[in-house]
Design a protein around this ligand. Structure first.
Ligand code: GBH
Length: 472
C-alpha cells in the first residue's frame, strides 16, 4: 500500500451522494398489469424457462409496482441520498413506439418520484436497463439501426415527462452485457448465439442511441431542466501473471471498457485503434469480406464524442488476463486474444463470477482518470451476493473495502468520484440466475405473497456510514 495512506481521513465530501440501486424488470413484477407491453425479458423467460435458474421469472419479482412506498421507506431508513432505478420502456410505451403512451405506466413512475421527493431522496433514473419492448425485438432489436431513432423518441418522452423532477439520467445500462449476452453467449434476452457480427452491430447502435438521447437532452431540455446525463459502463481491473504482458492488459481494457468508453470520453473519439485493428485482422484471417466491427462515419464520431456529463461506472470484480489459446489453424479463439482467469487467493462469493478484489476499484478509477481527462465519475453499481442470510457479514466487509479504495482514489489519486451506489436495495430477479443469488441489503421473502421485506445486518451498517458520512 501506499505511503500516506494512513493519514487520509475516510470521510465522504459534503457534496458526495451515497445511494442504492435496482432495475425495473428485476423488481417491479406486474409484467402484464394494465396496458403494459411485453418486454424481451417477459418473452425470454416465458419461452425459455430452462434457461433460468429454477425456471423462475420476473412476473411478480419483488412486486415493487405495488410496494414502491415500502422500498422508499427502506431507503429513507438507511439515510441514503439517492435511489437509482430504471424505467420499463414497454410500461411507458407498450408498443415501443412513441405514438401510444400508457397513462398508468407514466403514473407509476410519477408516484414513485412523488414518494422520493417527500422523503428527500434524489432520483437517479436509468432510461434502459435491458427490458426493451418485444415488438422492437421482432424487427431486430439492437441490431436494427432504427433503434437509434426509437430510443431517442422514448428518451424525449422521458425527459418531457420527468425531467423537471429528475436531474440525473443514465441512458443505457451496460451495453457490453446487452450485446455479449443477448447476441453472442445467449444467456440473456433475447438469447441469441449469433456471434460477434451481431454483437458488434448491437454495440454500434447502442452507442448511437446513447448519443441521440444525449443530444436530445442537450438541445431540447438542458436549458430548462439543468440536469446531467451519462451512460453506465462496466469495467474490471485486469491483473497480469507477468508484468511484461502489458499488451494483454491494454487489449483487455480496450475490448471490455474502451470499446464503449473511448468513443464517448476520449479526446479523439471512435473505437480504440487496437480494437479496430485486431477485429479487422482477425476478420480477414477468418475469410470475412469486411471487418466484423462496423465503421463510424466522421459525423458519427463527432456526434458520439463528448456525449456524457459523467462517467457511470458499474464495478464488481477483477480478473487476471492471459493470452487466448489458438485453434487448429493457429488463430486465437476470440477477437481480443485474451481470456479471463481468477486468482485462487481471491475470496469467493455466491456468484461464481464475482471474486472480492477491492484494490481493483482504485486501479479502474485511476485508469478512467488518466485516459479520459479526469471526468466526473458516478459509481452506479457496486455490491455482492449472499445465499439468503440476514447476517451478511461478507457484504459489510465487501462494501467497506470497496468504499475504502474509492475514497483513497479520490483523496490520494485525485479521482473525481461524486456518487457511490450500492447494488442492490432488494434481493431480486437476478436474470439467468433467477432468485438464487441475493444482492439485496433488504431480504425479500419470495415465498410470501406480499413479498415481505426484512433489512439485513448490512442495512444497519450502511445507516451508520450514511449518518456519520465517514467510513469507520
Ligand atoms: C450487473 O451486471 C447488472 O447491471 C445488474 O442488473 C445485476 O443485478 C448485477 O450485475 C448483479 O449480477 O459467469 O459468464 O455468466 C454485471 C455484469 C454480466 C456480470 C453477466 C455477470 C455473467 C457472467 N454481469 N455476467 S457469466
Amino acid at each position: 500500500i501506499l505511503k500516506g495512506e494512513h493519514v487520509i481521513n475516510l470521510n465522504f465530501p459534503d457534496d458526495f451522494s451515497i445511494g442504492i440501486g435496482t432495475s425495473s424488470y428485476q423488481i417491479e413484477g406486474a409484467w402484464n398489469t394494465s396496458d403494459k407491453g411485453e418486454s424481451v425479458w417477459d418473452r425470454y423467460v416465458h419461452q425459455n424457462p430452462h434457461k433460468i435458474h429454477n425456471q423462475s421469472t420476473g412476473d411478480f419479482a419483488c412486486d415493487s409496482y405495488h410496494k414502491y412506498k415500502e422500498d422508499v421507506k427502506q431507503i429513507k431508513d438507511m439515510g441514503l441520498n439517492h435511489y437509482r432505478f430504471s424505467l420499463s420502456w414497454p410500461r411507458i410505451l407498450p408498443t415501443g413506439y412513441a405514438n401510444v403512451r400508457s397513462k398508468d405506466g407514466l403514473k407509476y413512475y410519477h408516484d414513485l418520484l412523488t414518494e422520493l421527493e417527500a422523503n428527500k431522496i434524489t432520483p437517479f433514473v436509468t432510461i434502459y436497463h435491458w427490458d426493451h419492448p418485444e415488438a422492437l425485438q421482432k424487427i431486430g432489436g439492437w441490431t436494427n439501426e432504427i433503434m437509434v431513432d426509437l430510443f431517442g423518441d422514448y428518451a424525449r418522452i422521458v425527459f418531457r415527462e420527468f425531467g423537471d423532477r429528475v436531474k440525473f439520467f443514465t441512458t443505457i445500462n451496460e451495453p457490453f452485457a446487452v450485446c455479449r449476452d443477448g447476441y453472442t453467449t445467449g444467456v440473456q434476452a433475447p438469447g441469441y448465439t449469433l456471434g460477434r457480427v451481431a454483437e458488434y452491430l448491437c454495440g454500434h447502435n447502442i452507442l448511437k442511441a446513447h448519443a441521440r438521447a444525449y443530444h436530445i437532452y442537450n438541445d431540447e431540455f438542458r436549458a430548462s431542466q439543468g440536469g446531467k446525463i451519462g451512460i453506465s459502463l462496466p469495467c474490471y481491473h485486469h491483473f497480469l501473471n507477468d508484468e511484461n504482458d502489458v499488451m494483454l492488459r491494454e487489449i483487455a481494457f480496450q475490448f471490455e471498457c474502451g470499446r464503449f468508453a473511448h468513443p464517448i470520453f476520449s479526446a479523439e473519439g471512435d473505437y480504440p485503434t487496437i480494437v479496430k485493428e485486431r477485429i479487422s485482422e482477425r476478420s480477414k484471417l477468418q475469410g470475412y469480406t469486411r471487418s466484423k466491427l462496423p465503421t463510424f462515419t466522421k459525423d458519427w464520431i463527432e456526434y458520439i464524442k463528448g456525449s456524457a456529463d459523467y462517467y457511470g461506472l458499474n464495478h464488481y470484480t477483477s480478473a487476471i488476463v492471459e493470452a487466448a489459446p489458438k485453434d487448429e489453424n493457429g488463430i486465437e479463439v476470440n477477437d481480443e486474444g485474451v481470456i479471463y482467469k481468477s486468482d485462487p487467493k481471491w475470496v469467493n462469493t455466491t456468484s461464481d463470477w464475482l471474486k472480492i478484489v477491492p484494490e481493483g476499484l482504485r486501479y479502474v478509477l485511476k485508469t478512467i482518470k488518466q485516459r479520459y481527462g479526469n471526468p466526473e465519475i458516478y459509481i452506479l453499481e457496486n455490491g455482492v451476493s449472499d445465499n439468503g442470510t440476514l447476517s451478511d457479514l461478507q457484504r459489510k466487509e465487501y462494501l467497506h473495502s470497496y468504499m475504502r479504495e474509492m475514497l483513497i482514489a479520490m483523496k490520494l489519486d485525485g479521482c473525481n468520484v461524486k456518487a457511490y451506489t450500492i447494488w442492490s436495495l432488494l434481493d431480486n430477479f437476478e436474470w439467468d440466475r433467477g432468485y438464487s443469488e441475493h444482492f439485496g441489503v433488504i431480504k425479500v421473502d419470495f415465498n410470501s405473497t406480499d413479498r415481505s421485506r426484512t433489512p439485513k445486518e448490512s442495512a444497519q451498517w450502511i445507516k451508520t456510514i450514511a449518518n456519520n458520512r465517514k467510513l469507520t
